[in-house]
Design a protein around this ligand. Structure first.
Ligand code: PLP
Length: 282
């Protein structure tokens, strides 16, 4: 596999990042994951825009322009022959002697690699639905910045695995924030309900597109917090992310949601989202 590191395309075995990189020592870096379908990038502009925002919030400069970033994404997809899969991008503050304060480091470090995932769109989970457990949200307070500081979500994912579930919905002050790597939704009273944007959740690129699709389809959307109790009593539940698109949730903490089967709203949103995104892919 060919990867990209600081201006160079290299075989993965030859790619190197310093042990003094602040991404390694402090999780001082941000990332993006862009899906690839039919060999093309899904919603690249959305990811490029969020990357700029994450960098700005952390007082970091992008080492590349958006045009260069697009070229690098496309080149990696091409040389690695990715038809379905993803491109991972990470930018860290760079290399410096270990010190909490920044300012002494050189250029940011930028790394991109691809992962081939055949069957990404035709995922059997979309037909079966996911099981989730609930868990306390113990992440830091700026979840709107897409940092590489992913230890707590990893722990939550492991807790889900151990419980025989697919993922965990995190709960804070009685309300669901989001999944470990996705935004959470319920369908109740004929409306799609998902938490409003703020510092408590990541502003999903898929969330923005799916809510646009829902409104175009004349579905009613309510952006507000919801409780686990409300979710368990809902007609449907689902999650969205760049790599799972729209994925139904059929069980929460062992209790069925609705009929315990993927529902029509999630299925319709998945279908229309995928159609529109494939058509607009670059
Ligand atoms: N929420 C969290 C915590 C995430 O890590 C992710 C994706 O990685 C999402 C939501 C979904 O965001 P997106 O749709 O941009 O992939």
């Amino acid at each position: 596999r060919t990867v990209y590191v600081n201006g160079e395309y290299l075989p993965e075995e030859e790619a190197r990042v310093s042990v003094f990189d602040r991404g390694f020592l402090f999780a001082d870096g941000v990332y993006e994951v862009t899906s690839v379908l039919d060999g093309r990038l899904i919603d690249f502009p959305g990811h490029a825009e969020r990357l700029s925002r994450s960098l700005r919030e952390l007082e970091m400069e992008s080492p590349v322009t958006d045009e260069q970033l697009l070229d690098i994404h496309r080149e990696l997809v091409r040389v690695n022959g990715i038809e379905e899969g993803m491109v991972y991008l990470q930018v860290t503050r760079g290399v410096a002697d270990r010190d909490f304060a920044w300012g002494a480091e050189g250029e940011p470090t930028i790394v991109l690699f691809t992962q081939s995932k055949p069957g990404l769109a035709d995922n059997p989970k979309a037909r079966e639905g996911m099981k989730v457990i609930s868990i306390a949200d113990r992440r830091w307070g700026r979840r709107d910045i897409k940092t590489v500081q992913l230890l707590y979500p990893s722990m939550a994912k492991m807790a889900a695995r151990k419980a025989g579930a697919d993922d965990a919905w995190m709960v804070e002050d009685g309300f669901v924030t989001e999944g470990t790597s996705n935004n959470a939704y319920i369908v109740t009273g004929g409306r799609i309900v998902t938490r409003h944007l703020g510092e408590e959740i990541l502003h999903g690129i898929t969330r923005a597109a799916v809510l646009r699709v829902a409104r175009d389809l004349q579905m009613e959307v309510e952006e507000r917090p919801f409780t686990l109790e409300e979710a368990r009593a809902a007609d449907e539940a689902f999650v969205t992310s760049a790599s799972t698109f729209v994925m139904p949730v059929v069980e929460i903490d062992g209790a069925s949601v609705g009929e315990g089967r993927p529902g029509p709203v999630a299925a319709r949103l998945r279908e229309v989202y995928l159609d529109e995104m494939r058509a607009a892919a670059i």
